[in-house]
Ligand binder design. Structure first.
Ligand SMILES: CC(=O)SCCNC(=O)CCNC(=O)[C@H](O)C(C)(C)COP(=O)(O)OP(=O)(O)OC[C@H]1O[C@@H](n2cnc3c(N)ncnc32)[C@H](O)[C@@H]1OP(=O)(O)O
Ligand SMILES: O=C([O-])CC(=O)C(=O)O
Length: 377
């Protein structure tokens, strides 16, 4: 069979079937297992959403209690992983460290050599519990601050904030963070999830797939855009510039504005609706809406002038900054949530596997090209 012409970036190509996440990019609908993201963001918790993603249906009260306990009990890290966090060069970024620590965690995983469905579920618990621990511990280690042990009585969101700040988080902060985790949990065949599925489809293991996914998430066209958005807001603030004039100048230089545009949504990203509200509410509660106000001015200008919508990364930047989180933790925090979706996709891929191996449209020299002997070249 000869290959069809290429579609740059695989735009619009349906690459697999999946029962995890459904998006209508024209109507701005996102659902996990058919349940609308707005309902989940307002009524659910990260633990419940993770159960939904892995098992395909909402849990009963006792199922959720067992699941949440199992997830909390998985808050354990081999000391060798903590040693790694202490040994990396001072220039290491949290995203590089997370990628490397997850790869190392594979060698200390009880199911290292087992990729059965049940072993994949057990690994999903461990990775989902360990990733936030790695991010929080590394942040404190690099700052020379004492680390704190995981608190298994706290929720997933609450324990992350506890381990990051060594202070019991407020209910408002825990709730806001939990909603952010729900919103970022899954998004169909985004680049990092696709990368994870490609790796899993070779029958490689869950840790390899997640390590690759973290590498894909890191890029500024994907999860890295939340960090890039905050850098933009800080640059505008530092320059004392008018946000709209600053962005206009970027457009004149043909630069892309982080946090805008999306391959699938042609209308408002439904996650941005929540993050915009959270950014504003948290700003008001903290008595400083500066970053929300700047963001809103930029959003209104870009929407009016370029018909581009804010994506999930745009308002998560000001939301996390208002929660007191350092800018280079934004993308690792995306992974703290997205591990739930990545794991669901790796499990689904292994449960019904076929190697993912597309074709390329060849654009090189015409075949057969001559092999010119080296002395004649
Ligand atoms: C969690 C996530 O991954 S959400 C996405 C996070 N990434 C970002 O926010 C980075 C900024 N955005 C982008 O680079 C893009 O919109 C992407 C990567 C998200 C989607 O890319 P694609 O679907 O390939 O769209 P593409 O980059 O071809 O853009 C289409 C057109 O809109 C323009 N455009 C898209 N996004 C932007 C932007 N953020 N700023 C300026 N122009 C943009 C492009 O320049 C292009 O214009 P042209 O047709 O005149 O050349
Ligand atoms: O779906 C995408 O291409 C990117 C995205 O929004 C996500 O991964 O959450």
């Amino acid at each position: 069979m000869s290959a069809a012409p290429a579609t740059k970036g695989l735009e619009g190509i349906v690459a697999t079937t999946s029962s995890i996440c459904w998006i209508d990019g024209d109507a701005g609908v996102l659902s996990y297992r058919g349940i609308d993201i707005h309902e989940l963001a307002s009524k659910s918790t990260f633990e419940e959403v993770t159960y939904l993603l892995w098992y395909g249906a909402l849990p009963t009260t006792s199922q959720l209690a067992t699941f949440s306990k199992e997830l909390a009990d998985a808050r354990e890290l081999d000391p060798k992983i903590v040693d790694l966090l202490k040994a990396v060069p001072a220039t290491a970024t949290p995203m590089e460290v997370l990628r490397t620590a997850v790869s190392l965690a594979s060698m200390y995983d009880a199911d290292e050599k087992d990729s059965s469905h049940d072993a994949n579920i057990r690994k999903s618990f461990r990775l989902t519990a360990q990733i936030p621990m790695i991010v929080a511990l590394f942040d404190r280690i690099r700052k020379g601050l004492p680390t704190v042990d995981a608190d298994k009585s706290l929720s997933h969101a609450g324990n992350f904030l506890w381990m990051l700040n060594a202070e019991k988080p407020s209910e408002t902060a825990t709730k806001a963070f939990d909603i952010a985790l729900i919103l970022h949990a899954d998004h169909e065949l985004n680049a990092s999830t696709f990368a994870a599925r490609v790796i899993a489809a070779t029958l490689s293991d869950m840790h390899s797939a997640i390590t690759g996914a973290i590498g894909a998430l890191k890029g500024p066209l994907h999860g890295g855009a939340n960090e890039a958005t905050m850098k933009l807001l800080f640059a505008i603030e530092k320059a004392g510039a008018d946000p709209v004039e600053y962005v206009k100048a970027m457009f004149a230089r043909k630069e892309k504005i982080s946090g805008f545009g999306h391959r699938v949504y042609h209308t408002e990203d439904p996650r941005a609706t929540h993050l915009r509200r959270m950014s504003e509410e948290l700003g008001k509660a903290a008595g400083d809406t500066k970053y929300f106000d700047m963001s809103r001015q930029i959003e209104l200008f870009i929407k009016a002038e370029k018909k581009l919508n804010a994506n999930v990364d745009f308002y998560s930047a000001s939301t996390y900054t208002t929660l007191g989180i350092d800018i280079d933790l934004f993308t690792p925090i995306f992974a703290v949530s997205r591990i739930s979706g990545w794991a669901a996709h790796v499990i689904e891929q292994h449960d019904n596997n076929r190697l993912i191996r597309p074709r390329a449209e060849y654009t090189g020299p015409e075949y057969p090209a001559p092999y010119v002997p080296i002395e004649s070249r």
